[in-house]
Design a protein around this ligand. Structure first.
Ligand SMILES: Cc1cc2nc3c(=O)[nH]c(=O)nc-3n(C[C@H](O)[C@H](O)[C@H](O)COP(=O)(O)OP(=O)(O)OC[C@H]3O[C@@H](n4cnc5c(N)ncnc54)[C@H](O)[C@@H]3O)c2cc1C
Ligand code: SF4
Length: 568
């Protein structure tokens, strides 16, 4: 039987970055705050201490810190007309689980918005004309301005000890920083991280092309740092275990280090771990949420938690699902374009150009999640899009974040995939290669959205969230253009011993539709398995074991090992 708990002033659904930051703003108000977090506390656990923290198989490959897909996953289809299937293993984005959320195992790359970002639709229409925006590109203004957000960017940078080089101080250009930076009131609280060998190469190459490379703003602390709340970061050791890992050295700015230990000292603040929120109690007449329902995952007891205010801080997927299952707001309908819940689901468009140097030691194992050099010339609307046939762009950078042995091995095109020649190539190139990468935008599209799946349910009996998502013409054109710019930089280096280009512009392969409609034993379908019983149903899961030339993100049924490092 469901038990009713005493009412709280504020209840947060999910104890990640958003909850930590918002609860910090409420500290000292005397408000009675409760955070309900489905995971445990990783502090002091195997994930956060040596030697287990370095276990690439456990954290990096098997994603030990992310949502348990056997309990709750998403379904994916590439077009509204298709049947969606459950994603068994996420390649694309890895929602965190446990106190601190995904920002415990993030890279630390910390961008501010461009000045035009919050009013992007207005910007594009005013620069390119009303008819320039394709009708299915549903880009919108946010309703706030960069100037309003600037003090909060500044606060976040100070709380998280962000390291970087200012490029625009109160409208004055500063040498060495991002020439496209929006005006900032103050410099970063910490100087940039050390420039790695790959960054030096990138800086020289891009300078010769007329671009100004700058250090990527980083949440990996270059020094010992104390934030305005008195919380500390230790210096980064460039250990190469940032993304997908918790920093055992307390050098990576994260909620578990900087926010929750502070919040937990406040007698009005409480965290309840292993608490899976399953629904919001909604008073339709009053149009108010009056509380939440959650399950204690250790006892299976269900609770009702009344609250004056409920904050959805469980990341986009949980937030959207809870609104939909609780009947709050108008679900988005791609046919009419009406409704906002689930609308404008976006991702990112990644590509890279691998480069190889016989005579330069890249030593990829010396790196942090953000110790890279970057150019911003082809990002967002920093360049003229007239006549290009697309909007958006990406930052281009020397992407060395780690040299972890299982997943980080760049090999020249044509290298055999196994045997002694493969082994020799690994020996030859492990320390002599890196990716010049593009971290690109993905603008909203009419047919990319979230709703509830009509067929599949999670272990708690609720519908899975359904992603209808594909990369569209705009994404392909943007990626081709910006990746070609990245490749230009590679060609320009005279010290490149071998630089076969690998443009990976199409993040979902062109054949994905055919493949998903193939219910027979087509040549690329190598085996079938059934879903986890925890999902409450048993449907065929198609697996494909051939290598795809395109980026492997968002593949519901891709099993081959990816060599991609996916920052951000
Ligand atoms: C591998 C990786 C690398 C990244 N690198 C970068 C980067 O370099 N730079 C950058 O800017 N961003 C990066 N990000 C993104 C960044 O970490 C997220 O945008 C950020 O953490 C989102 O904050 P959030 O509070 O919305 O969600 P989260 O921090 O994920 O917190 C959500 C919390 O809610 C909990 N929760 C979810 N559902 C429920 C439920 N039903 N009941 C109870 N609890 C629930 C989860 O367990 C989690 O703890 C990265 C993300 C990943 C996964
Ligand atoms: S690279 Fe630095 S910040 Fe990242 S996990 Fe290692 S010590 Fe921590």
């Amino acid at each position: 039987m469901i038990q009713r708990l005493r009412k709280r002033a504020v209840v947060f659904v999910g104890g990640g970055l958003t909850a930590g930051l918002a609860a910090r703003q409420m500290m000292g108000s005397g408000l009675d705050i409760l955070v309900l977090e489905r995971g445990g506390d990783h502090a002091g656990s195997a994930a956060a201490t040596l030697p287990n923290q370095r276990d690439e198989l456990r954290w990096g490959v098997r994603n030990g810190l992310v949502q348990n897909w056997a309990n709750e996953t998403y379904t994916l289809r590439h077009h509204p007309g298709e049947e969606a299937l459950p994603v068994r293993r996420m390649e694309a984005f890895l929602p965190g689980e446990g106190l601190g959320g995904a920002a415990n195992h993030w890279n630390g790359q910390t961008w501010r918005w461009a000045e035009y970002d919050p009013a992007l639709r207005t910007r594009l229409v005013s620069r390119y004309g009303k008819t320039a925006l394709p009708s299915d590109m549903t880009v919108q203004d946010w309703g706030i301005t960069y100037a309003e957000m600037e003090p909060y960017h500044d606060l976040f940078e100070r709380l998280f000890g962000i390291a970087g080089q200012a490029g625009n101080l109160n409208g004055q250009h500063v040498d060495g920083g991002n020439p496209f930076e929006a005006p900032r009131g103050r410099d970063y609280p910490q100087p940039p991280l050390e420039i790695l060998e790959s960054g030096q190469i990138f800086k020289t190459a891009t300078r010769s092309l007329g671009y100004k490379a700058f250090p990527l703003p980083a949440g990996n602390s270059p020094r010992a740092y104390k934030n305005p709340d008195g919380m500390s970061l230790a210096p980064c050791q460039y250990c190469g275990h940032c993304e997908r890992f918790i920093c055992e050295a307390n050098a990576k700015a994260s909620p578990a280090v900087l926010l929750y230990p502070l919040l937990r000292k406040d007698p009005h603040f409480e965290v309840r771990l292993h608490a899976q929120v399953t629904g919001l109690n909604y008073d339709k007449r009053a149009r108010r949420v009056t509380g939440v329902r959650f399950i204690d995952l250790r006892t299976a007891q269900e609770y009702e938690q009344p609250a004056d205010v409920v904050v959805l801080s469980g990341f986009t997927m949980t937030n959207t699902k809870l609104l939909l299952v609780s009947g709050i707001g108008k679900p988005y309908d791609p046919k009419t374009g009406k409704g906002v819940v689930g609308k404008n689901f976006c991702y990112q468009v990644m590509s890279s150009v691998p480069v190889f140097f016989r005579d330069r030691w890249i030593n990829p194992f010396i790196a942090s999640g953000s110790s890279q050099m970057v150019i911003d010339d082809f990002n967002g609307d920093n360049f003229d899009h007239a006549g290009l046939g697309f909007f958006g762009g990406g930052y281009i950078y020397s992407n060395v974040t780690n040299g972890r042995p299982i997943t980080t091995r760049l090999l020249p095109a044509g290298t055999p995939r196994w045997g002694s020649a493969w082994k020799q190539a690994n020996t030859d190139w492990y320390s002599h290669a890196f990716n010049v990468a593009v971290h690109g935008s993905n603008y909203p599209h009419r047919h990319n959205y979230l709703d509830l799946d009509p067929t599949y349910r999670d272990t708690y009996g609720q519908p899975l969230l359904r992603m209808t998502f594909n990369f569209h013409d705009n994404d392909h054109r943007m990626s081709e253009y910006v990746t070609a710019k990245a490749a230009d930089g590679c060609d320009d280096r005279r010290d490149t011993a071998a630089a076969p280009r690998g443009l990976r512009c199409a993040p979902i392969p062109d054949d994905s539709h055919d493949r998903r409609n193939d219910h027979g034993g087509g040549s690329d379908i190598q085996r079938r398995v059934t879903t986890s019983p925890a999902l409450g149903c048993s449907q065929p899961l198609r697996r494909r074991c051939v290598g795809l030339r395109a980026q492997r993100g968002l593949q519901p049924d891709w099993t081959a090992r990816s060599t991609r490092t996916a920052p951000g």
